[in-house]
Every structure is written in C-alpha cells, then in structure tokens.
Design a protein around this ligand. Structure first.
Ligand SMILES: [Cu+2]
Length: 564
C-alpha cells in the first residue's frame, strides 16, 4: 500500500487490510468518519472537485486490491529528468531503439517518478514516408511488464503489440522486435497495451506522422505542431496511486485534475500574424474526452485517424475521445494572445446541474509582424478530397445492408459500497451523453476491476467480451452496430477502437453521417446507436475494445478474427 494512502487510512481509524472497501459498508460508520474530517480536508485520500464534498458513506474506504506507484517509492532525484519529444525522421528500412524507462518529471512544482520512451515525454515523434517499413527494437526498463501497440497502423498482426492476443508481455529487462509498416498517410500514436491505465498515464506515448508522397496532401501551412493531450491525477504533492492488481477508477476512468499538453501543464507557441499553424492532435488521456478550441481563431478540420475528410470544414471546436486524432489548421489573423481551451459541460452531481467548465491548456502568442508567406486565401478555401470520396465510393453500396453484428455496451457491478450504489441510482436519472469530467472521484476511485465489469454484449448470442468468437473472411465489408445502453448502472460514453483495420462511421442514431473519413476509434455516446462499416482487409486477430484504459482493464474487449 502506498505510504500516504496508508497514513490517511490510519488517521481515519479504518482497517488497513487491503479490501477494506468490502469490510466497511455501513453508511452510519461513514457518518462517524465525516465528523472527524469536517474541519480538515488535507487528509483526503483523493482530490475532490471544488465544492464537492466526499459522499459520507465512502469516507475512510480504500479500494480493494492494493496500490502501485512507479518506481516503488524511489527518490525521483535519482532519475533522469524527462526530455521533450525529439523528432526522429526515419526512412524505409531504418531501425530504432525504443526504451521504456523511469524518468523524473516536474509538474506544478512537484517531482514525480514516472515513465518515458527514451527518456522523453511524449516519446520520440517518429516521422516516416507512407509505405515505409521500420524495425522498432523495444526494450522494457520499467517495473511492469509492457509492450508497444502501434495505434491505428494497419500493420502485420504479429507486430500489433497486443499481449494476450499477438504476443506475450515483455517482462522488465526484456526486449521485443516489431516490424512496423505504414500503408496510410496520417497521424498515429504508439503506447503500451499492458496496464495502460498506469503506463500510458505515466507518460508512455508518442506520435507517428506518416507523410504522403503528395507534398500538397493537406495544403499549405506555415508551421506544424504535434500536440498530445493527456491528464494526470495528483493529490497535494503525490501521484494518486494506481491499483496493484488491476485498474482502480473502473467506473468513469481515471480522470486527471491536471491537464497536460505534450507532458506539460502549460503549452506555449509563438507565431506571426496571419500564420496558418497545422496541429496534429492526439488524445492520449486514459479516459478524458476533450472539446478543444484555439481562443476563437478560425479552425479548419482536415483529417482524422487514418485519412483526410472528403471535404474540409470550419469548426468552432473539435471533440477528441481517448485515442482519437484530428489534423486541424488554425489561422491566427490578429496579433495578441489566444488561449487554447478545453470547454465542456460538467455535471454537479449534488445539484443535478450542468455547469460550464473551461480549462486553459496554454497560449498561442501572435506577433504583430506578419507571416512571410500568407496562406490566408488557401486557408479560406475548403478543399474537396475527391480521392477520399472515390475510395469511400467502393463501400457505399454496403451502407444500407443489415448489421452483421450488433453489440450492446453496458456494465455489471458486484460488491460496491452501499453509498456508491445508492448515489448512482439517483445519479443515473440525469446522465449526460458524454461525461466530460469526473464529478464523483470518491466513488469512482473505490470501483476497481474487481467490482466493475464493462461489457460488449453480442445481441444475437448473449455472449460477452472475450467469449464472443467473431470470425470474418479477409476482404469482408462488415457492418457493426453498437448500442450504448443508457439504462445500465453507470451509463457512460465509450471510445471503441478496432486494431489493424479501418472503418467508417456511417450512421449515428439512424441518421446517415456526411463527410466520411477513415477511422480506427469511434465515440459512442450514452443512449446512442452507432453504425460502423469495417474494411476487414488485414488478416489476423485484432482487438476491438473501449479505449478508456480502466474500462478495458475491467473487461471491455473482444477480438475480431479476420481469417486468411
Ligand atoms: Cu468504455
């Protein structure tokens, strides 16, 4: 058990035994604890949002399953300071070494032992030409088993980095060699697929930009910037420890209280007046969905996970679920300072009200001096990417076919604290289609993968998660319908990710979508039915799962077998 958590538990007079959440389920005993805590919130085991008291029946409880922090209490001063991401331009046939290691990070005045690839957070930005193949030698030098998944890349199945499906986890001290082929231009990312609730949250992620041979693929821009968004959950001066046996925060996911851009709490960029800046956006957070905008600057969305859109569009903001990517061009027309913000509707669970919440991720400072090459006219032109339309045309005949598979997204719980169950029953009356923040971190923290099981249920057979034995022939065009059951114990959005293939979001709630783009991750809001059309062209065993790390850790995955 983490030292701090233990200290808190002692001060509250709660048994220290792991699994004491099971032992203390009497709401009245919780009230007693609250008396003792009334004037002192310093000992709170987890940070609560402003104005949100802990739920009385939960005070003093700790999650079942023990705790884990990276480095096992090592003094961060003994670790190398994390470096910012370095650009690695690779050519076809090149080899890289990618080492997961412990690093020291300074965040909001505190130093933590965390993880990085090659000592960098984010890991190296790998930039390759389309159709290149690289050899990546992965070395695991952290204190957990690990692996590397090349998210969104339609590569050879054996290099997919999916332990339990395509390889064994790489033990601490071990290595593994991946052969990564990049058939599609776009923005991708790599991260471990072992305890990603810990490893990804602690900094193991990096981008890959795959460049089209067409120099005018995205149109002109003055500058390019890769932004990896994530968040971190800290107490006053410690990391909130992770579950030792499996993820905690299993209900809503580990939503952080510090928002990070490229690993830093404040992002700063300087541009010239009139500059068109191209941002490659990746949501690397465990569970937070972002709604991002650039201080009112005009933003044009160009591409998403695996391709450009059929046509470009101006948008007020861009919503990124965990693992989603977007390529946007932003034109900074006037001199001054533009705040990069995440603006969402939070729920106040005590009042049953939605409240606006705005977090500033950083600033873009625009010089008075004008940019040398002014792409204002090109920016104002919404390009039509007929190559994407032609590609999608080959699949449009399948849009109206009946679904090949229908999955319902739901959850089952056992052994949760009584107060959690009572509060949730009331709370479910005003669920939001997307839960942007964690308004109930106390009950969320106590819910581990022991109490919570997230489910993909096959409507036709009633089979769930890994019991679904789903085979399709190579070259099939598969229609998958996903329904996110709003009547479950804790309805919540799920970013559903399919490995190794590409897919289109063809309808939401029966309404056909327009402006297609090839995706590997699709957000399924609560109460929604979403139709995906999968181009199952890449043979192998491919994970289909929720990309909220804690939901995946609590079972929310199956495998699509694309037979040879
Ligand atoms: Cu989920």
């Amino acid at each position: 058990m983490n030292g701090r958590a233990a200290l808190v538990a002692i001060s509250l007079g709660v048994p220290l035994a792991i699994g004491s959440a099971q032992q203390k389920r009497d709401p009245m005993s919780g009230m007693d604890h609250m008396q003792g805590m009334k004037h002192d919130s310093a000992g709170m085991p987890i940070p609560m949002p402003r104005g949100m008291p802990m739920i009385p029946g939960l005070i003093g409880l700790v999650p079942s399953g023990g705790t884990f922090v990276p480095g096992g209490g090592i003094d961060p001063a003994r670790l190398p300071l994390a470096k910012p991401s370095q650009l690695l331009r690779l050519a076809d046939g090149d080899t890289i070494d990618l080492t997961a290691m412990l690093v020291r990070r300074r965040i909001k005045g505190h130093e933590f032992a965390m993880y990085g690839f090659n000592g960098e957070v984010p890991g190296p930005l790998i930039r390759v030409p389309q159709n290149a193949t690289i050899i990546a030698r992965f070395h695991n030098r952290i204190d957990l088993p690990s692996a590397v998944h090349w998210h969104g890349v339609r590569l050879d199945n054996r290099s997919d980095g999916a332990p339990g499906v395509t390889q064994e986890p790489v033990a601490p001290g071990g290595s593994y060699v991946y052969r990564v082929h990049f058939p599609d231009a776009g923005i991708y990312w790599y991260h471990p697929h072992v305890r990603e609730d810990v490893e990804q949250a602690m900094g193991l992620f990096g981008n890959m930009i795959v460049d089209s041979p067409d120099a005018d693929y995205y149109g002109p821009a003055n500058s390019e910037h890769a932004l990896m968004l994530d968040d971190l959950l800290i107490n006053a001066d410690t990391l909130v420890p992770f579950g030792a046996d499996g993820p905690d925060f299993a209900l809503m996911g580990r939503v952080g209280n510090v928002l990070l851009t490229n690993g830093e709490p404040s992002y700063a960029l300087h541009v010239r007046r009139g500059e068109v800046a191209r941002f490659y956006l990746t949501n690397a957070a465990s569970s937070r969905t972002y709604n991002l905008s650039f201080g009112g600057a005009q933003m044009k969305v160009i591409a998403s996970d695996q391709s450009r859109f059929e046509h470009e569009e101006l948008v007020p903001s861009v919503v990124l679920a965990p693992a989603e990517r977007y390529v946007v061009d932003v034109r900074f027309a006037r001199a001054g300072r533009y705040a990069i913000v995440n603006a969402v509707q939070a729920i106040n669970h005590y009042k049953g009200e939605f409240e606006p919440e705005v977090d500033t991720l950083g600033f873009v400072t625009v010089d008075a001096a004008p940019v040398r090459a002014d792409y204002g006219r090109a920016f104002a032109t919404m390009r039509v990417n007929s190559a994407v339309t032609k590609d999608v045309d080959r699949y449009r005949g399948y849009f109206d076919k009946p679904p090949d598979k229908e999955l319902t997204l739901t959850v089952q719980t056992t052994g949760l604290a009584l107060a959690t169950v009572q509060f949730m029953t009331i709370d479910t009356a005003y669920y939001a289609p997307v839960e942007w923040i964690d308004g109930m971190p106390d009950m969320n923290w106590l819910s581990t993968s022991k109490e919570v099981r997230w489910i993909l249920r096959d409507d036709a057979t009633g089979k769930e998660n890994m019991d679904i034995d789903w085979h399709v022939a190579r070259g099939s065009v598969v229609k998958l319908r996903l329904f996110n059951d709003p009547k479950s114990f804790h309805p919540m959005q799920h970013p559903i990710h399919l490995h190794g293939q590409r897919m289109l979001v063809i309808a939401r709630d029966g309404v056909p979508t327009r402006n297609q783009v090839w995706k590997d991750t699709a957000l399924i809001p609560v109460g929604s039915t979403v139709d995906l059309l999968i181009d199952a062209s890449n043979p192998g065993d491919w994970m289909l799962h929720c990309h909220i790390a804690e939901h995946l850790g609590a079972g929310m995955m199956t495998v699509l077998h694309v037979d040879r």
